[in-house]
Design a protein around this ligand. Structure first.
Ligand SMILES: [Zn+2]
Length: 128
């Protein structure tokens, strides 16, 4: 199934880019703090970041990859990550469904970026 994952691809295209995640790890879209709430290029970075579900670090670039898993396992992984980071887990199912739905229209290999509540295509997949 198509899943949002961390990538270094296209890093540096925006001045505020950063990537502390592990290439290919699953990422989610976390809440934005007061510092970045009105500006995705704010001082914190969370307003333009995806959160690494394993590393608990962040990246400004994510890639849609085809990962051999299913909705149940994906939701379990997200729930476990939220729990490990001491976030509430009650909305894990809804969050996972939202992430699955978000990437549904984009082909594998698409690179996306985040601007607060919006996730936009940064780079379409290259065909060899
Ligand atoms: Zn923040």
């Amino acid at each position: 199934m198509k899943i949002l994952t961390a990538t270094a691809t296209t890093q540096g295209r925006r001045p505020g880019d950063f990537n502390y995640c592990i290439e290919g790890e699953l990422v989610w879209i976390g809440l934005v703090c007061a510092t970045d709430r009105g500006d995705p290029d704010g001082g914190c970075g969370c307003g333009r970041a995806f959160g690494g579900m394993s590393s608990h670090r962040a990246t400004t670039t994510a890639m849609i990859r085809d990962v051999a898993t299913d909705r149940r396992r994906y939701t379990d992984a997200l729930r476990a990550s939220l729990e490990a980071q001491r976030w509430p887990t009650a909305s894990a199912d809804r969050l996972a469904d939202g992430l699955i739905q978000l990437v549904d229209d984009w082909p594998v290999g698409t690179v996306v970026e985040r601007r607060l509540d919006a996730v936009n295509v940064r780079d379409w997949p290259r065909h060899a």
